[in-house]
Ligand binder design. Structure first.
Ligand SMILES: *Cc1c(COP(=O)(O)O)cnc(C)c1O
Length: 721
């Protein structure tokens, strides 16, 4: 396998490895590497939205020459190159110490999207960001993870909201050459690594390598000249097109993903499908075993024992399924190669009770994975109930589906100002003691005045970021002042600032806050204790009810009766998410239980000392401890949706009026809200101790990866229906 060597632009020899640093995404969470690029050219750092490759393309030779002579810059540079060298091996990592016997056997991790950094827009939301955080934590811990995904050259859509509030997608195709990606070639320098058959045609599949610290992610690409025009589109856009395109995309991801790993000479000992989109990798592995001589039963037992499947939604419509005819068209006649009948093949994706004639990706995954998990305690229970038809002779409590609660990557999400605060208060020690939950007790003794000061700074950064965005749009295209107000220019630093940012799916109930308009208005426009709300988020391009909710919120943000205290920010992405979770005072989440599988943005906020108010769903069901925020207690789940909304909004308003607003505005002589800072410290305590991706990946390793790698996972407990 030969690789292109990345061509470095002109760089002074003393800092000749800058390009190498910029092409490994570890810079995105390494504090010194970020400081290095910030120092290289502060204005370019901001203007490129933190994209070092773009920076290196645009920085002047004079500036580079200055840096190569600047002792402060060189000290940072030498530290960062040392980290890069340390990352070349996994020696002295948590995993290498704990599991020396199997420390180098790869763990394959398949996902349809990866959200690592803004400069690689191949994610749409929660699932992708979670996968990105998983890979980053695996790198930190030395877990030998190898990621597999698709390179969407047209990215995910950029959101533009029309003047009437209706969301439209605007497409800016993204150029892989501006992203830290390296194209891989076959042994004869051909631009593909494997060929798969789908819909009766051969499809050539190439791959790009994205380095995430110690973790390589292989992104598959079918946009090659050798392919039929329709097949070139297979990897063009995330979650786009109808079922047929979607199915063929998933076939390409699963089947060619396995083959590309083989072509790279990798032999994973365990295979993790993060959500059902990647489940065809199990079929490909069955096929491999059978063509090598195993019986179907032996192959299935072997694949089950080495597969982990994580399900991410309790909403039945969120699970992919395709008609059997479509599957036959796309995948046929793979069953002949597998030595089984078409019926036996289709049975792999057959739901015993619902949706006959459909092939379920989640059912396929559950049949082929001995380890299946949900993403929060509550979601584990919900998943056991949802899938118990596959084990008709068991009560749902005995269904073999567990849970690993999601977590977020602390070095990515925690503001460097808060990291510096912890350095000061806890000493450098916290970097190696953060796996001890008791250690986080110390967050409770942070100095109130100091942390309040740091928080106030972060809030000011958010508000000035919002004004700058609005200024640009105002100059470029808006004609009416109402849009300038709606984009948040009247937001005030002294107001209690609520953040609500996530996908606009109806079950997330963004409009619950407005259910009683007059009551909310009174809370917001109070001149002595003002409150303001910042909304952001995209609706799925095919979700019109979600777009309606978004439009409603957009209109409220321009409603003069609310005096500029509601803002809607366009184009929610990783960059904006960082600003928001670090800069608001309170994070709000209002899913209708039990539909939120986990939710992770509240964890990101908590790592930045921002408490959460949420319904007791997803992670908050286990994360709320009475001290780290506020909770809306569950209503009867059998209740009609409208009655439940009424009851939940009543609690929401009461909490705001009687507890939250008073706590925020009750200040000591120095202007510090001591009741509030108490909540802030407890938020950090709970999130640091229990909701980081370090804890999550350690749990996956202990519970699932290591037993499978050691051959200790039994394929028993298979579905019986
Ligand atoms: C964290 C994150 C999400 C997921 O947030 P939820 O609270 O799980 O809905 C979505 N989009 C972006 C950009 C994120 O950073």
């Amino acid at each position: 396998m030969t690789r292109t060597s990345v061509s470095a632009p002109y760089l002074p020899e003393r800092i000749g490895r800058l390009f190498e640093i910029a092409t490994n995404l570890f810079w995105s969470w390494d504090r010194d590497a970020r400081a290095l690029f910030r120092t290289l050219d502060r204005s370019l750092w901001h203007r490129t939205r933190h994209n070092p490759l773009e920076q290196l393309r645009r920085v002047t030779p004079e500036r580079l020459a200055d840096c190569a002579r600047d002792p402060h810059f060189l000290k940072l540079y030498d530290g960062v190159t040392a980290t890069l060298d340390r990352n070349a091996t996994s020696a002295d990592t948590w995993y290498a110490r704990e599991y020396a016997d199997i420390a180098t056997r790869p763990v394959a991790y398949f996902c349809a999207e990866f959200g690592l950094h803004n400069s690689v827009p191949i994610y749409s939301g929660g699932l992708g960001v979670l996968a990105g955080d998983h890979c980053k934590a695996a790198s930190d811990l030395g877990v030998p993870l190898v990621g597999v995904g698709l390179l969407y050259t047209k990215g995910y859509f950029d959101q533009r909201v029309r003047l009437d509030g209706w969301q439209e997608g605007s497409d800016e195709p993204f150029d892989p050459l501006t992203a830290p990606l390296e194209q891989l070639y076959g042994p004869k320098r051909e631009p593909f690594l494997t060929v798969v058959r789908t819909s009766g045609r051969p499809v050539h599949v190439g791959a790009w390598l994205m380095r995430v610290g110690r973790v390589p992610i292989y992104l598959l690409d079918t946009n090659l000249e050798a392919n039929h025009p329709e097949d070139r589109e297979l990897s063009s856009r995330l979650y786009a097109g109808g079922p047929e395109l979607r199915l063929r995309q998933e076939w390409a991801l699963g089947v060619s993903g396995v083959r590309v790993l083989r072509a790279m000479g990798l032999d994973p000992g365990v295979w993790h499908a993060n959500e059902g989109h990647a489940a065809f990798m199990m079929v490909e592995r069955l096929r491999e075993q059978i063509t090598a001589g195993a019986s179907f039963e032996q192959a299935l037992a072997q694949v089950r024992a080495t597969t982990v499947f994580t399900t991410h939604t309790p909403v039945p419509a969120g699970h992919d399924m395709f008609s059997e005819d479509l599957v036959a068209q796309c995948a046929g006649p793979v069953w002949e190669e597998m030595g089984i009948s078409r019926e036996a093949f289709m049975h792999l994706g057959y739901h015993p009770v619902r949706d006959h004639g459909q092939f379920h990706m989640a059912v396929l995954s559950i049949r082929c994975a001995a380890k299946v998990n949900g993403v929060a305690k509550r979601h584990g229970e919900e998943s056991r109930r949802l899938w118990r038809d596959l084990w008709p002779d068991r009560p749902s409590a005995k269904v073999p589906i567990g849970y690993v609660t999601n977590g977020v990557h602390q070095p990515t999400w925690m503001s460097h100002r808060i990291q510096a605060l912890l350095d000061m208060h806890l000493g450098a020690e916290w970097h190696w003691r953060m796996d001890e939950p008791e250690f986080w007790q110390q967050a409770l003794s942070l100095d109130d005045q100091v942390l309040w000061y740091v928080h106030t700074e972060l809030k000011a950064i958010l508000l000035s970021f919002i004004r700058e965005q609005a200024r640009r749009r105002w100059a470029e295209e808006w004609k009416e002042a109402a849009h300038v107000v709606g984009a948040g220019t009247l937001l005030a630093p002294e107001a209690l600032t609520i953040g609500f940012a996530r996908r606009f799916a109806t079950y997330k109930r963004a409009s619950l806050l407005f259910r009683d308009f007059e009551r909310l208005r009174k809370i917001l426009v109070n001149p002595w204790r003002p409150v303001q709300i910042i909304f952001s988020g995209k609706a799925h391009p095919a979700d019109d009810p979600g777009k309606k909710v978004l439009q409603e919120i957009y209109e409220f943000s321009r409603d003069p009766r609310l005096e500029g205290r509601v803002a809607f920010l366009e184009d929610y992405d990783l960059h904006l998410a960082h600003r928001l979770v670090q800069g608001v005072d309170l994070w709000v989440n209002l899913p209708r239980p039990p539909l939120e599988a986990c939710g992770t943005s509240g964890m990101k906020a908590a790592l930045n000392l921002v408490p959460q108010l949420s319904t007791l769903d997803g992670w908050w069901h286990e994360g709320y401890d009475g001290l780290n925020g506020w909770a809306i207690s569950p209503t009867d789940e059998e209740m009609e949706a409208d009655a439940a909304d009424a009851a939940d909004s009543e609690q929401l308003y009461r909490l705001l009026e009687e507890e939250i607003v008073p706590a925020y505005f009750d200040r000591d002589a120095d202007g510090v809200p001591l009741r509030w800072t108490q909540k802030m410290k407890h938020a950090l305590h709970a999130a640091g101790a229990r909701f980081t991706s370090r804890r999550m990946v350690q749990q996956y390793a202990r519970q699932y990866y290591v037993p499978a790698l050691r051959g200790e996972t039994s394929g028993d407990d298979a579905p019986t229906a």
